[in-house]
Design a protein around this ligand. Sequence first.
Ligand code: VGL
Ligand code: ZN
Length: 205
Amino acid sequence: MKALLLIDVQNDFVPGGALAVSAGDQIIPLLNQLQPHFDLVVATQDWHPANHKSFAVNHAGRQPFEEIELHGLAQVLWPAHCMQSTPGAELHPALHTNQVEAIFRKGTDPEIDSYSGFYDNGQRKATGLAAYLAGRGITSVYVAGLAADYCVYFTAKDALNEGFETFLIEDATRPISPEGFERAKANLENLGGKIISSAALLSPE
Ligand code: VGL
Ligand code: ZN
């Protein structure tokens, strides 16, 4: 059984949003087209409290995109984004959600960031996504959404660790940094992940 994971397709990650990914909105029609090809569709939602420590504004004298150490982990400081119950945190209105059976929220603990849909960045707490997928009989996971070099990448990495056959749909994602995405793809392939194009799923065999 195959699951499509739609990662953080939220208003703040598209042009005009607080942490806009260049052309991030352009993948949404493809995400909609892909959904009927899967047994299960799940979404994640970055969902931060206003005092989240990944926000530069919560560190005196720090600017967005600086890197610090936070409780022993490297942390990029971000512009405040995806704050709980704000319009920026909502799933993008163009994303079809009728087939989305569950939404996993992450990044709720103010002390630790959470790029992956499976675990926080310190792998301390699980979101329950792995158990949910296993419970639904899923053996293959296809990852798409935003951003390619952060939440999509870390979700795919954890999916591999959790024993799922893992695919990253390269044209159904967009990166914050293109160089970062090139490194991420190479890492995933080294770990046994597969980088594919949506054409492999959409065109009849
Ligand atoms: C993300 C940075 C901070 C993402 C979330 O969805 O890729 N990136 N929070
Ligand atoms: Zn975030």
